[in-house]
Design a protein around this ligand. Structure first.
Ligand SMILES: C[S@@+](CC[C@H](N)C(=O)[O-])C[C@H]1O[C@@H](n2cnc3c(N)ncnc32)[C@H](O)[C@@H]1O
Length: 287
């Protein structure tokens, strides 16, 4: 039987490169199907909102899921980098945008600017937040935005952030050990962090430089300290020895963690690394 669809037009959008080919220039157009996509995505966002409402994050006056979705679609449509292969793509952009839109933090410190897509999305999500982003590489093709402050170097060396103001959101997308980033944040009085590349120990092969030990590893009750985590990727074999002190750091400093839902089954865009919002504390009660 021959297929029944027809070509009814030609798009001027260039296709994406590499992995981005699977999402750039691909969209649903019929209003009824767009509405269905909206409904499915909003349901996942609603799920996140309900999970976060259980935390003491002051979400009572926050925007509703529909409005956040609609604002995201409008912003993402005019994003500075149409093709951000190698950086934050559609589904991670969505969760970064939604988290920031919900929390409206007075200050956001991002580590891992790359070409500037996620910092731009955060500026769109919460125009009143101050956003400072760090990278150790000066990218020449970075999309710079006046709402964002760009700094070269590691955030932990910046004297301005020796003490983090209350409500600061840290966003780590730099492939540096989650344990190290958690300890640095806690040492500066920070209590909130969004962690990208939060792979479990059994899937560390999913990214080139997993930030071991990840938060997922540090909170995994079935990962015994002393385990050698070994993985293979692109012809190399890697190992990380998970320690008792890694597990203790997780227990001591991570008060709660909320994973971002997976949108891949909804829109079949490029699967993104797991991302988790965490609440931090200096030490456990009674500890
Ligand atoms: C996956 S990219 C970040 C993607 C980016 N957030 C986006 O919107 O596309 C990781 C970035 O982390 C940067 N990086 C590596 N080590 C770093 C460090 N110590 N501090 C800050 N950035 C670092 C790399 O240079 C790279 O640009």
């Amino acid at each position: 039987m021959s297929v029944k669809y027809q070509v009814i037009g030609v798009s001027s959008t260039p296709p994406g490169t590499g992995k981005a080919e699977r999402e750039v220039g691909r969209s649903v157009r019929s209003p009824i199907l767009r509405a269905r996509l909206r409904q499915e995505t909003v349901a996942r966002l609603q799920h996140l909102i309900e999970a976060l409402e259980a935390r003491d994050l002051g979400l009572s006056g926050a925007e509703d899921a529909e409005r956040i979705y609609d604002r995201f679609v409008a912003s993402y449509g005019r994003r500075p980098l149409r093709d951000n292969a190698g950086g934050t793509m559609h589904n991670s952009c969505f969760w970064v945008f939604a988290t920031v839109a919900l929390l409206r933090p007075p200050l956001i410190v991002e580590s891992g600017t790359y070409l500037g897509q996620s910092s731009w999305m955060m500026a769109e999500a919460s125009p009143d937040s101050r956003i400072v982003t760090f990278d150790i590489v000066r990218e020449r093709s970075r999309a710079k935005d006046p709402r964002v402050t760009y700094r070269l170097g590691d955030w932990s060396d910046d004297p301005e952030f020796r003490e983090l103001p209350e409500g600061t959101l840290m966003y780590f997308d730099d492939h540096i050990s989650h344990r190290r980033r958690i300890e640095e944040t806690v040492a500066r009085g920070g209590t909130l962090a969004l962690l990208d590349d939060d792979m479990p120990g059994h899937a560390l092969y999913a990214t080139g430089a997993p930030p071991v030990p990840t938060r997922a590893m540090m909170q995994d009750p079935d990962l015994p300290p002393g385990t050698r985590c070994e993985w293979e990727r692109n012809g190399k074999v890697y190992a990380y020895d998970y320690t008792k002190s890694d597990a203790e750091t997780g227990r001591r400093h991570i008060a709660w963690s909320t994973p971002m839902p997976d949108l891949t089954p909804v829109n079949l865009y490029v699967p993104q690394s797991p991302m988790t919002l965490i609440g931090l504390r200096e030490k456990m009660e009674g500890g």
